[in-house]
Design a protein around this ligand. Structure first.
Ligand code: HEC
Length: 146
């Protein structure tokens, strides 16, 4: 018999220490954000680049809080300012705060962002928002503090 099988635990400390080191590392590493394939800042930069002009937070605030010839404004569902949970204007369902400072998951998933911009701009403006309008709204939202 080899010396290893005679003393089976003589080789244990190496792997055991490695396992401990691994789990300690896992436990101290911050969990990745849940939705997260983008950031609010990256999306603002994307729409600004598409628009070819700097965003304007004040213009974004006006777009967000005013109606546009139809029944609802963005604030009808998201609240004003949208640093607290909103309430859907027709279903009454609670909507998580849209401002990233109040909700770390807001504006962190590109597909969700694009989908809701498409749907909500259609609802409120009766057309798609332009890249400049989306940049303005994101400039407004990312400047809000709870
Ligand atoms: C009729 C109600 C309603 C109106 C009006 C509305 N929204 Fe929304 N919006 C929602 C709901 C519901 C969601 C999804 C929330 C969720 O998934 O938690 C949403 C999500 C969004 C998101 C995506 C949030 C994210 O984290 O990616 C953006 C951006 C957004 N809305 C912007 C707007 C803008 C801009 C307007 C005005 C042009 C507007 N909304 C008007 C109901 C509304």
């Amino acid at each position: 018999m080899s010396p290893i099988s005679l003393r089976p635990w003589s080789r244990a400390p190496g792997p055991v220490l490695a396992a401990l080191a691994c789990c300690a590392w896992l436990m101290t590493t911050p969990a990745p954000s849940l939705a997260g394939d983008t950031t609010p800042a990256a999306e603002l930069a994307r729409f600004q680049a598409e628009a070819g002009a700097p965003a304007d937070a004040a213009r974004g605030q006006r777009l967000f809080t005013q109606t546009h010839g139809r029944e609802w404004s963005c604030a009808s569902c998201h609240g004003e300012p949208p640093t607290r949970a909103g309430r859907h204007a027709s279903t009454g369902k609670s909507i998580a705060p849209l401002a990233p400072a109040a909700n770390p998951e807001a504006l962190t998933e590109r597909a969700r962002l694009d989908k809701w911009f498409r749907r909500n701009c259609g609802e409120v403006l009766g057309r798609a928002c332009t890249a400049a309008e989306k940049a303005d709204v994101l400039a407004y939202l990312t400047r809000l503090r709870p």
